[in-house]
Design a protein around this ligand. Sequence first.
Ligand code: FCB
Length: 500
Amino acid sequence: MSNFIDLDRRDLLTGSAAGLAALAFRSNTAFASAKPDPSFPKDFVWGSATAAYQVEGAFDADGKGPSVWDVFSKKRGAIFDGNTGNVACDHYHRYAEDIALMKRLGVNSYRFSVAWTRILPNGIGTVNEKGLDFYKRLLDGLLAAGIAPACTLFHWDYPQALFEKGGWQNRDSANWFAEYTQVVAKALGDRIKVWITQNEPQVYLGLGHLDGAHAPGLKLKFGDYLTCVHNSLRAHAKSVQALRATQPGSQVGYVMASQIRLPATETQADIDAAGKAIFFVRDRNSWNNAWFLDPVLLGRYPEDGLKAYHGDMPKFPASDLDEMKQPIDFLGLNIYTGGRWQQGSNGQPEMLPEPPGYPRSGVDWQPLRPEALYWGPRFHYERYKLPIFITENGLSTRDQVFLDGKVHDPQRIDYMHRVLLNIKRCINEGIPVKGYYAWSLMDNFEWADGYKQRFGLIYVDYPTGKRIPKDSFDWYRQVIASKGKILSRPTKMPVNHLVP
Ligand code: FCB
C-alpha cells in the first residue's frame, strides 16, 4: 500500500471524505463526479497554537523566575547550535502584532501556555503581578479580536526552584501545581473558558526525566521515572479540582503526545490489530497512550503495563487512583505521525516497517501519515468516549525566504490538506472532533532542536524578529473562511511564481 492514496474503494461508496479526497489526488475526474459535502460544522474550532518558552523570550523580564528550560538550554551541547529561548520570537513584546496576524488568519481560537515562573518566580509562594499583567494584556487583545483563548497551564517550563526541591519526584509536586493553577485561574479566569492542565506528559517525563534529551536533563532509574509520572498524574487531577472550584463552568482538558497506531489496510483484522496496539503498554519508555490516560480517565493503571513494569512500580495509597480520576470535558490529542500495524500470522498485532522513501517532514521522528488524524481520534473516542480536540498538528519544513520575498511551503499545505480531510472523515462518521489547532502559529524554539526546525504558518526572521506569513498561512486562511469547503478541491500549488 502506498502511503497516501491507496484507500479502500469502499471509501468511494460510503462517501468518506478521506477516500474521496484520496481519489481526487489520483484523478480530478473521479473527484468531480463524487461530490462530497465539504463543509465543517459551524461551531468547529479553527485554531493555532504556541507555547510560552518556545515563543515568548523575555526570559528574565519583569520579575520572571528561571525554569528548567532556562537552565537546560544554556548547558553546552544540550541544544542545536547552542540556541536558547532567551529571545525566541519575542512574543512577550510583539504579542499585539501576533494577535493582528491571527485575526488576519481568521482563527477563532488560540492555544497558548502560561509560563509558570512569570506568575510564581519560585513556583509557589509570592505572586508576580507583572507576570499576570502580561497575560491580561494578551487575553484582552485576543478577546477584542474575537479569538477565544485556550490556556495550557503547563507546557514543560517547570520552575527551577521546585526542581531543586525534587521536582516531580517529590510527592508535594501535585500540590504545587494545584497552587499555581488556583493563582492563574483566579487572576485570569474571567478571560479564559477553556483550560488544559498539562501538555504531553509523555515528553517532558520521558525525554526530560528518563532520556535526558530535554530539560531538566535527567536519566532516572525506571522506578523513579514512574514516581514522576504518578505525581504528574496526581498533579493533573488536583489541577482539574482547582479549576472546578475556582472557575466552575469552564471546559477542562488534558493533552497527550498521541502515539498513533493505525491499520495497514482497512480490513477488520488489521483494524482490530491497530485498535489493540494503540493502547499497548509494554516497553520501558514513555511512548504509549494508556499509561497516561487510563489512570486519569478510567481510574486504573493498565494491566499490561503493571506486568511489564512489575518490580519498579512506586508504592502509593490506593486512594491516589480515586483522586486521579477527575471528570474532564475533552481530550486533547497532539498528532504528528503514526505507525502501521497489521494482524500478524500468529494472530497478534505486528508493526510494519516504513517503506523505503516514505514521505517525511524535516524532523526525523515524523513520517507523514495523515490518516493518523482519522484513526487516532477514532480509537481514542471508542475507548474514552470524550469529545476530542486536535490540540497540535503540523510539520517542520526547511523554509526560507525566496527571491520573490515570500516563503513557499507547498509540503505544509499538502500535508494539512490531507490531515483536515481525515478529520472531516471523523466528523462524517460521528466521531466528535471539535476543533483543530495548527502547530504552530509561527516558527519558534523547537526544544533540543533550537531554531533548526520551522513548524510555523508564519516565518520568523530571528535576527530581526520580522514575521512573514508563509503560503500555508494564506491557504489556511482560505480554508477557515470557507469553513473547510475549499478542501474538496485539489490545491493548486504556487509552483509557478517565478515564471513570467
Ligand atoms: C510537540 C510539542 C510542541 C512542539 C511540537 C513540534 O510535541 O508539544 O511544543 O514542540 O511537538
